[in-house]
Design a protein around this ligand. Structure first.
Ligand code: HEC
Ligand code: HEC
Ligand code: HEC
Ligand code: HEC
Length: 241
């Protein structure tokens, strides 16, 4: 007779195996935030971080009325709205109305940087190797695992998803806030991506990752970046919500 602990271990291994095979691509911002503390703190102050709030009744009443929406209605579980106000809508591991995960609510890290499940381990490895031995890792490896270094398409899927925007991927449900409602809703990638208050402030990298694909304004952002606070994946002391 085998010891009961053997069975328990086998069950645990089996569970890990099966949950591994159905692994989700989006994981939520908690892991990213625990390593990249400064960016996370700065992001929290952005409109993106508060995107779910805007769907609540009474919030942004004036803007909603102008767009023909009902300011007193609760849109937080409306499938015609939620998709662009959360991470990973209709994608693996992404936010669902049935299982609304706090770490996927709002437009978080993965909405711009890509779903992190496959590349975040390389951030840890790359960072450690660089620190210990000064060895760099190619960005191409991160890109192959889903990290986005271009951003433009990701923004467009939310900001340019309305008829006549000129973006090719347009499909319903559309964004209700278009330049027709107010000029201020016109999306200008090059201008907006440089708006630190809309993205998050930029902090100095050591240079663990190198080569193409590199974001077109990466060097410019780094030249003006501040010293930031770094953390570890296992840190639990951040109050990210
Ligand atoms: C998942 C959808 C989504 C993605 C991806 C996304 N946004 Fe947004 N963005 C939103 C939503 C929703 C808001 C409005 C949030 C609110 O006020 O509730 C917003 C707001 C903004 C604002 C207005 C900020 C303000 O202060 O009024 C800017 C600028 C912006 N986004 C730029 C970008 C850029 C640039 C990208 C790509 C790098 C991007 N967004 C990616 C959904 C998205
Ligand atoms: C296709 C993506 C998309 C869908 C669908 C969508 N939104 Fe948004 N929403 C956005 C984006 C992008 C912005 C930011 C617009 C900007 O500031 O330029 C935004 C902004 C907002 C704002 C803030 C506007 C302001 O000026 O303060 C509210 C409120 C909002 N959305 C509510 C809703 C509601 C309610 C629905 C459903 C009826 C909805 N959204 C559906 C993408 C979307
Ligand atoms: C609206 C889009 C958007 C969101 C949301 C976003 N980022 Fe970024 N992030 C960017 C852009 C654009 C850059 C510039 C990329 C470059 O310079 O290579 C960037 C750069 C970074 C960098 C590189 C160093 C720096 O400060 O420039 C880190 C690390 C980072 N983001 C982490 C995060 C984390 C963590 C979150 C979530 C808490 C997050 N980002 C959310 C757009 C976004
Ligand atoms: C275990 C810690 C850890 C986790 C978790 C982590 N990162 Fe990183 N990340 C790093 C390190 C270390 C670097 C390299 C920093 C340097 O060069 O100084 C890095 C670099 C980056 C960069 C810059 C890439 C470039 O072009 O050089 C971005 C953007 C970024 N991370 C975003 C994210 C996002 C988004 C997540 C969550 C999906 C995430 N990180 C998760 C540690 C982490």
């Amino acid at each position: 007779m085998k010891h009961p602990i053997t069975y328990i271990l086998a069950l645990v291994a089996m569970f890990a195996f099966f949950s591994g095979t159905v692994a989700a691509d989006f994981e939520g911002r908690k892991k990213c935030s625990s390593c990249h503390k400064s960016q996370a703190k700065s992001w929290k102050e952005t409109a993106h971080a508060k995107a779910m709030e805007s769907l609540k009744p009474g919030e942004r009443a004036e803007a909603k009325e102008k767009a023909g929406l009902d300011p007193d209605k609760d849109y937080t579980e409306d499938k015609d709205c939620v998709g662009c106000h959360v991470d990973g809508w209709k994608q693996k591991g992404g936010y669902t109305i049935e299982r609304p995960k706090k770490m996927l609510a709002a437009v978080g890290c993965e909405s711009c940087h890509g779903p992190g499940k496959k590349y975040r381990g390389d951030h840890r490895k790359g960072g450690q190797r660089f620190e210990k031995a000064g060895k760099t890792m190619p960005r191409k490896r991160l890109a192959d695992r889903g990290q986005d270094f271009h951003f433009e398409e990701a923004c467009a899927a939310c900001h340019l998803n309305y008829e006549g925007s000129g973006w090719e991927g347009v499909k319903e449900p559309y964004v209700p806030f278009t330049p027709e409602i107010d000029e201020k809703y016109r999306f200008d990638f090059d201008k907006m991506v440089k708006d630190d208050e809309a993205m998050h402030a930029h902090y100095k990298l050591d240079g663990a990752f190198v080569g193409e694909p590199k974001f077109k304004y990466h060097d410019e952002f780094q030249a003006n970046a501040e010293e930031g606070e770094k953390g570890d994946e296992d840190d639990d002391d951040d109050d990210d919500d």
